[in-house]
Design a protein around this ligand. Structure first.
Ligand code: BES
Ligand code: MN
Ligand code: ZN
Length: 495
């Protein structure tokens, strides 16, 4: 898909489809829609009224122009009530519009300028480009799709020529954010017979080379030398050994260092505590790691002011004669002992070493992303990730970044008492503390490995992977969502 920017006017633009946003509640047409309506002698507004088009978010409507304007067809995309329209509604309408255009076999699609004060043209353009690219995403590696239904050229109209620079910058950032997100989606959607710890590490090395990042990968011997008994214990059941992936981005005069840490369980069978359901979705258990790698490789182009350390614990959780067993006691890199009382609570165990490793590098703050608990999914459905932290200022800034990125994040409390349930009679900690408050207990466990540093844990189990149509939308499809990449990039572009 190729993007261009021009200053043509929408009613004189030749193309296969012209996408127009329309507010709900039969509000009078505004902006480009009203210009096009006038050029059509009022046909657009009267047909919309006759067809009872309500302008609901995500809804679309197609009008063939039969030569009355140079655009072959008009695609109207609902924006919802005017008072509720923010960047997210533009993102969704752009996605719905481009998907409708693709269904109509349109090749050249035009998006007229939209004004949404107080947002500037760069933010508006970024959101719409994200919607267009993410809405068009397909995981087609093992089932090539029919190219007939792919939009080839997207033309963005800048409106006022004075906005050209802002539109260019918005296009650049929109592509950066969306392509990093689709990269994370691809990593998650890759089947688990391919995506194992070794492939994830190789792909991280390749991405680092292309982007110009430092990358080092710790193998089993290196992890043993560092005392990483936690990740090694979980990795012990698989024929494919675990890896600790470390990526580094360093601008010339960094103000501070942020560590981002991801759970990279490439397949979570539960181990000896073998899962009885949902196994077919458990290739998604490396989504936190995918978000970290995808974010890291975008940082040089983002020109983040912060130094960023990316750490991914890549491991496969399988049952075998060499697996970790319930009752085993292992020692993490920071010296703490962990009784493994449930091998299916493996995420916190591998993160114990990854967080301790990140903390030892002395960052100013640590953010981890992990598909950690079914409990967070029970609480929030597919609609929001859960965030828990030892530092309220950090959570506030993360939630603000998530809001701006169009990714929902909801804070859960981290009361001291949760930790009591994670103490073991025979070790410093146990890895499972019972059903209730499971997301918070998992977070309380993780906090023991960050050495008191400001830290936030984002449990992305709810949002990382959509198993059915529930939770899908114009730019979110079944499968990996790439959740977290846009939030981290938003956060790190100001951090
Ligand atoms: N990877 C799972 C959590 C998960 C479940 C992610 C469903 C996505 C969808 C995690 O390793 C797990 O099994 N967690 C257990 C923890 C429990 C044994 C303490 C859970 O949430 O049930
Ligand atoms: Mn598990
Ligand atoms: Zn898991």
């Amino acid at each position: 898909m190729e993007f261009t920017i021009s200053t043509k006017s929408p009613e004189s633009c030749a193309c296969d489809a012209l996408v127009l946003g329309v507010f709900a509640d039969r509000a009078p047409l505004e902006g480009a829609a009203s210009k096009v309506d006038r050029a059509l002698g009022g046909l657009l507004s009267s047909v919309l009224a006759e067809e009872h088009f309500k302008g609901k978010p995500g809804h679309t409507f197609v009008l063939h122009t039969h030569g009355k304007v140079p655009a072959k067809r008009i695609i109207v995309a609902g924006l919802g009530p005017k008072a509720d329209v923010h960047l997210e509604q533009l993102r969704m309408a752009a996605a719905a519009g481009v998907r409708r255009a693709a269904d109509a076999r349109a090749k050249h699609v035009v998006f007229p300028a939209v004004s949404l004060p107080p947002h500037r043209a760069d933010a508006v353009t970024q959101a719409r480009v994200e919607g267009i690219v993410l809405g068009s995403y397909r995981f087609s590696r093992y089932k090539p799709q029919d190219d007939a239904a792919a939009v080839e050229r997207v033309e963005l109209l800048a409106g006022d020529a004075s906005h050209q620079k802002d539109v260019e910058e918005g296009l650049r950032r929109g592509l950066l954010f969306a392509e990093a997100t689709t990269y994370a989606r691809d990593l998650v959607n890759e089947p688990p017979n391919q995506m194992n710890p070794l492939l994830l590490a190789e792909l991280a090395e390749e991405a680092a080379r292309t982007a110009g990042l430092r990358c080092s990968v710790l193998d089993v011997d290196a992890m043993r030398a560092q005392g990483m008994g936690a990740i090694l214990s979980i990795g012990g059941g698989s024929a494919v050994p675990p890896r600790l992936i470390v990526l580094e981005y360093a601008p010339s005069k960094p103000k501070r260092t942020v560590a981002i840490v991801g759970k990279g369980v490439t397949f979570d069978s539960g181990g000896i505590n073998l899962k009885t359901s949902s196994l077919e979705w458990m290739k998604s258990d490396m989504a936190g790691g995918a978000a970290v790698i995808a974010t890291m490789q975008a940082l040089p182009a983002l020109k983040s002011p912060a130094r960023v350390l990316g750490v991914v614990a890549a491991v496969e959780n399988l049952p075998s004669g060499t697996s970790v067993k319930p009752g085993d006691i292992v020692r993490a890199m920071n010296g703490k002992t962990i009784e493994i009382n449930n091998t299916d609570a493996e995420g916190r165990v591998v993160l114990a070493d990854a967080l301790a490793y990140a903390a030892q590098r002395n960052p100013d703050e640590i953010i981890d992303l992990a598909t950690l608990t079914g409990s967070a999914m029970i609480a929030l459905g597919y609609l929001a990730a859960a965030v828990m932290s030892n530092n309220q200022r950090l959570v506030d800034r993360l939630i603000d970044a998530a809001d701006r990125a169009g990714e929902r994040m909801w804070q859960l409390p981290l009361y001291e008492e949760y930790l009591e349930k994670m103490r073991s009679p025979v070790a410093d900690l146990q890895n499972s503390g019972g059903r209730y408050g499971g997301a918070q207990k998992g977070a309380a466990f993780l906090r023991e490995f960050v050495d008191g540093k400001p830290w936030a844990h984002i449990d992305i189990a709810p949002t990382a992977f959509l198993e059915t149509d529930e939770g899908t939308g114009p730019y979110l499809h079944k499968g990996g969502t790439g959740y977290g990449v846009r939030t981290l990039l938003t956060y790190l572009s100001g951090a």
